[in-house]
Design a protein around this ligand. Structure first.
Ligand code: NDP
Length: 293
């Protein structure tokens, strides 16, 4: 058996095309959706993620009000900028690229963002609304994973979903989305305190790997016929690549292909969906403003 490869790149392109259409309708009404991505410092992975977001903004016709600040920026300076963006009625979304330099308290910075502009869905107000199933901005990567599952026709209702990882931005929100009534999966959440991880992953009808450990999910950890979603993005050394590294997921892709029913590749799997969902959230924010004006 060889699994169906879920082409996140193509699904994301379709989402972006739909967003672009709605953006052009809003522009016709005099509102150009605008996102401000704030990057502090020059962490190479963050610079690359931010460039991807800026490229997507241009592609869908949104305004880009991004800031690239030096690593020496203080927490106070960053929060002052956020307050300014909160007050700017032409800005519909604010995203602060994480991780921030160590001298800045991430939680305080996220709390400073107006929840109505928190298109990353990380503010406690949005997380709380997600938990109690009220309208909110859903965090982009978990939302992208849910979109891919639905788009591929993978049934979550009644399925046993196992999420490896419990971070605030991926594992935890994803486990909540899977367990909500609208998904109705039975969810197990695994982490470094989990005993005998393989015995749990082998029970998964849907296995989500979000641990950030290259190829840690081997074929023998996967139940035959399971749907495997690989969120991990890890750089591993590769002398044959001009960059000296290449990207791999948390799943041993080639081996898993022979066991799973569906699998996402890395790259071109979950990653492009994260950006597509960010565009969608920014559009939703601008549409809300358009409705209330
Ligand atoms: P974190 O490092 O914040 O969290 C990793 C989680 O995995 C933790 O909960 C940790 O457990 C758990 N974990 C680590 N090792 C093991 C192990 N051996 N067994 C079981 N659990 C383990 O990472 P993120 O959630 O931010 O990201 C996870 C991965 O997803 C990374 O590779 C990241 O690059 C990628 N990512 C991809 C995105 C995309 O768009 N495709 C977006 C965001 C992230 P514990 O809590 O006990 O420490």
């Amino acid at each position: 058996m060889s699994a169906v490869i879920i082409d996140g790149y193509t699904v994301a392109a379709t989402v972006r095309a739909q967003v672009a259409k709605s953006v052009s309708a809003l522009v016709g009404q005099g509102i150009t959706p605008c996102l401000s991505v704030v990057l502090v410092g020059e962490d190479p992975a963050s610079v690359s993620y931010v460039s991807g977001k800026e490229k997507a903004l241009r592609e869908v016709g949104m305004k880009d009000a991004s800031y690239r600040l030096p690593a020496t920026t203080t927490e106070e300076e960053l929060i002052t900028l956020i307050h300014r963006l909160n007050a700017d009625t032409t800005v519909h979304g604010i995203l602060v690229q994480l991780p921030l330099p160590r001298h800045i308290n991430e939680a305080r910075v996220i709390m400073a963002i107006n929840p109505e502009k928190d298109v990353d869905g990380f503010h406690p107000v949005n997380i709380g609304n997600m938990v109690i199933e009220r309208p909110c901005f859903l965090p982009c990567t978990p939302h992208g994973v849910m979109y891919l599952l639905k788009n591929a026709g993978i049934e979550t209702r009644g399925a046993h979903a196992v999420v490896v990882g419990r971070s605030n931005i991926v594992g935890k929100p994803l486990s909540i989305l899977l367990a909500r009534k609208d998904s109705n999966a039975t969810v197990s959440v695994c982490h470094t305190g989990t005993r005998d991880l393989a015995s749990i992953t082998r029970q998964a009808d849907i296995l989500i790997a979000a641990a950030g450990k290259p190829r840690m999910i081997s074929a023998d950890m996967i139940k035959p016929g399971a749907a495997v979603i690989d969120v991990g993005v890890n750089r591993v050394e590769d002398d044959s690549s001009p960059k000296g590294y290449r990207l791999v997921g948390d799943v041993d892709f080639d081996a898993a292909l022979e066991v799973a029913s569906f699998i996402t590749p890395v790259p071109r799997g979950v990653g492009p969906m994260t950006i597509a969902m960010l565009m969608e959230n920014t559009l939703l924010s601008a549409e809300r403003v358009a409705r209330s004006s």
